[in-house]
Design a binder for this molecule. Sequence first.
Ligand SMILES: [Zn+2]
Length: 725
Amino acid sequence: MKNHPKNRWQDSVAKTLDPVARLVYRSNLIGEDPTLTNTGGGNTSSKITEKDPLTHQDTEVLWVKGSGGDLRTAKRDGFSSLYIEKLKGLQKNYLGSKTKGPKTQIEDDMVGAYAHCTFNLNPRPSSIDTPLHGFVPARHVDHTHPNAAISLAACAKGKELTKEIYGDEVIWTEWQRPGFDLGLILEKLCKDHPKAKGAIMGQHGLINWHEDDKKCYELTLELVGRAAEAIAKKDRGEKTFGGEKYKSPAEKERKALWLSILPWLRGRVSAQQRMIGTVQEDATILRFVNSKDAPRLAEMGTSCPDHFLRTKIKPLYVAWDPATGDVAKLRSLLEEGLEAYRADYKKYYEKCKRKDSPAMRDPNPTVVLIPGLGMVAWGKSKSESRVTAEFYNCAVEVMRGAEALGGYINLPQQEAFDIEYWQLEEAKLRRMPPEQELARQVIAVVGAGSGIGKETAHRLAKEGASIVCVDLNEKAAQETSAELVKKLGEGIGVAGTGISGCGPAIGLGANIVDRKSVAEMLGEAVYAYGGIDGVVVTAGIFVPPDLEGRIPDEKWAQTFAINVTGSYVVADEANKIFKAQGLSASLVLTTSVNAVVAKKGSLAYDTSKAAANHLVRELAIELSPLVRVNAVAPATVVQGSAMFPRDRVMASLAKYKIPFSEKEGDEELRTRLAEFYAKRTLTQSPITPADQAEAAFLLVSGKRFPRTTGQVIHVDGGLADGFLR
Ligand SMILES: [Zn+2]
């Protein structure tokens, strides 16, 4: 039974749960096992006797996973609830319609009617699969997208094999787009085959049912296991996908190749809209891209209906020979491949479109396959690109199984089109909230471990950017990224190799005075997200003078290295990525109001910040027109600042003759100093890291000041001495 999915049902847990909670429990168990279903795919249901809130009578209610949910992460609110009687009552309307059947208007209209069947004002919209569950008489129904079962469903001899594997227990049904009619087909199937436990839905997946919920779950495992068993028996081992054609370079070389190609490729696939990438180069994907059959199978495209929306009808495969190591050749093959892909996509759209089809969507591929390297998948966010990658992983597994079983077949183009451009899908897309201002952007915050940098990372993440948190102190950078991931969630989709499987933020260490360290850090960011759109540097140093009021020469050198050269190195290395992408980008440095106010006690710092101000102007010219370069110049941000350790705070308090006691805590002393500084400003208020983060956001966003570059914005509460002139 080694190919059978693991049974993880625990009676001790289940027995403590009410019937709906048991459904949630069962759904999560299924969703957590990648051999059973994919992210967002499949749905589960239970028919439960409930007290009607109006009549107080017992009534039969269908609880079924609602629209837009995911079995792995679903909670009770992810399920819709409908009066079964009312849902069944819709059959009369449907059957009474003059035109009916798959893809007729009445089918789509039925989806709107489900809301009228809602039990107990449950706001979760019902999915198009609701009738599938409602019309099968058994109390519990699992509909899943297991790779093993889809292999069977997408195999040339699927019907015969279903009979061979399952006898009369599981019945084959031909491909049909999900909807009301498919529900009726299942209802009839149950009537015609009273002993059947489930069905293989052609080119789609598995559905099975039982009167008992635990047994329904176990049946799902068993049926998937039997399909997996059949595939294992015919597994072709070395000959999988026709055997190996290319060899992959060693891991280190592979990564270097990825880094040399990713920003450029991201720029190309982002011609219409920016995309975030996920790289996958594990053994399974490499075996596929390196195989003899990969070009033929890739061209056939994916099979399961919920895949097309993300993977598109097919991936882009380029026939590059990794043994040559010729990156220029790879680039030209990708360039040609992209052109051909877009033209093909347009042809597919023109050929399949209907009178009322939505306008053609972005014709760029979302999955790119390169022999020797693996796969990069693209999506509008990290989470979405991980789902895209996950789905192509599923497709590869499905093709492996189907090829072993006798030959993979794809869905006809028109069927794929009618899913991809379904009016109901279009309506779903239109209902989605508008994208956030920094969606599709990857922004590195250098100095994110504390103070202004940490605040900026949080501010930019709130606007939808993927954040690369960077700090000399790697642990601090990772803490900030962990805070962001906790706040925003990991997202959905399970795919990606190494750091590319990340969520909305990562934490990296880098020393900005060391070019190699900066380049490595940016390389990791590129591998994680595919590229980078902006960098905010908040890292800096303030060296207080010694007891005689002097700053030693080596401290001068260190001050300039960090405050001036460091920013330059980051900008220079980031610019290599910006140039390769060819997409507009933005740099925000942090200087200081001290740059323009001469005073005692901070000679090195002030002079370095004056140089940094001019660096902003020089870079703005050097990096134009692609990159805008601006700076935020804070003054006296005491709160949470790494530049105001306790001894500096006390020294300042003493300098300004502000009374304090050494017994006071750090925060009390800082507040005292911040209040003193506030009184010197025109706005009379303390200056916080949040004020700086706000300015950094406005400058780094391409939407607020798109035509401002080479500027330094003071965020200092208003210091007349600091006015620029
Ligand atoms: Zn399905």
